[in-house]
Design a protein around this ligand. Structure first.
Ligand SMILES: Cc1ncc(COP(=O)(O)O)c(C=O)c1O
Length: 330
């Protein structure tokens, strides 16, 4: 049976640049770190989420959706990107955010409001029953004659995986044009879709590299299970005849720090260091934590066998602002 090609929208500015961090790499005496600037997929709806939404929202439109429903933490980059994309396409958006509303919204939440997303704030306990909450809200829209389409947390499902599968096609051509053969590609893992897509894309486009994902939230076992299930569902839906046992899910734990969404001083120091050395801005929830994890691993002599390595900058700039107190302190 022929594999199935998914529908896709053109939302992101692609290809994104792949740039060497020469000053930073030399300063720290590590292999040359190349940064894939997926923070530049767009100005406002930026980051890795836009690559995934090209496929998830295309599917939603194919099913006639008028309202996009999705969920995440109060400062979710994914929810902000989904809300902005909905407005771009003349759709409604409804965000289910874990946490409390604020009289002084900041960062992503401020942007959610600005683009007119409807927002339900839910407690941690209710968020554990997210499927039911999504179904209740979807039913409310159906009763109003709307067609809701629910995108999972982080757009990390078998459809969203396509975002980073196709990013690997782009990376393959990047590597040819700058003539490198990186030994490893690193990124942050929050809901697992970037990792899953990269693992599949590495295999399909024969990048012949190691895909290493730094957890910023759950433990390693959680991600191995989540990513493996997403890949299995992708294989079944799109009828790709690949042997799942050929794929390695490499999750690096130990860098969550004080918890999801919270960072400690060394992460803020790394964010400052990169900002001052290269003029590139990381965020404390995802990219800063993962990049700090990478620098720690390199200082321990790990992943140094290859002269070139790649870090995917997956965005997140707006969540710098709610952490202004810790950033300002330095
Ligand atoms: C800026 C940023 N980087 C990385 C990630 C992690 O990607 P994924 O959810 O695909 O694991 C996310 C979202 O979770 C994000 O918002």
């Amino acid at each position: 049976m022929e594999p199935i090609t998914p529908p896709r929208l053109n939302l992101a500015r692609l290809p994104t640049p792949l740039v060497p961090l020469r000053r930073f790499s030399e300063k720290h005496k590590v292999p040359t770190i190349w940064m894939k600037r997926d923070d530049l997929t767009d100005t406002a709806a930026s980051g890795n989420k836009l690559r995934k939404l090209e496929f998830c929202v295309a599917q939603a439109l194919e099913e006639g959706a008028t309202t996009l429903i999705t969920s995440g933490a109060v400062q979710s980059n994914h929810c902000r990107a989904t809300a902005i994309v909905a407005s771009q396409l003349g759709l409604r958006s409804h965000l289910i955010l874990r946490g409390k509303s604020s009289e002084h919204p900041d960062g992503n939440l401020l942007l959610d409001e600005l683009v007119g997303a409807n927002i339900s704030f839910v407690s941690g306990a209710d968020f554990k029953e997210l499927d039911r909450v999504v179904e209740d809200i979807s039913n409310q829209y159906r009763q109003q004659g709307e067609i809701p389409y629910a995108i999972p947390i982080g757009a990390s499902d078998e459809i969203g995986l396509w975002g980073y599968i196709e990013a690997c096609r782009e990376l393959k051509s990047d590597f040819t044009s700058v003539n490198i053969n990186p030994g490893f590609i690193f990124s942050a893992a929050g809901s697992g879709g970037t990792a899953g897509g990269l693992i599949l894309g590495n295999h399909l486009y024969q990048l012949d590299t190691g895909i290493m994902s730094f957890s910023v939230s759950e433990n390693e076992a959680y991600f191995v299970d989540k990513v493996s299930k997403d890949i299995q569902a992708w294989r079944e839906r799109y009828k790709y005849d690949i042997n799942i046992n050929d794929l390695e899910v490499n999750i690096i734990g130990g860098y969550v720090g004080p918890g999801y969404g919270r960072a400690d001083t060394p992460v803020f120091d790394t964010i400052r260091d990169l900002a001052r050395t290269e003029g590139i801005l990381l965020d404390p929830v995802y990219t800063g934590k993962a990049f700090h994890g990478l620098m720690t691993e390199l200082s321990l002599g790990r992943f140094t066998t290859s002269s070139d390595i790649v870090f995917i900058h997956t965005g997140g700039i707006f969540s710098l602002f709610p952490h202004k107190d810790q950033l300002h302190a330095g």
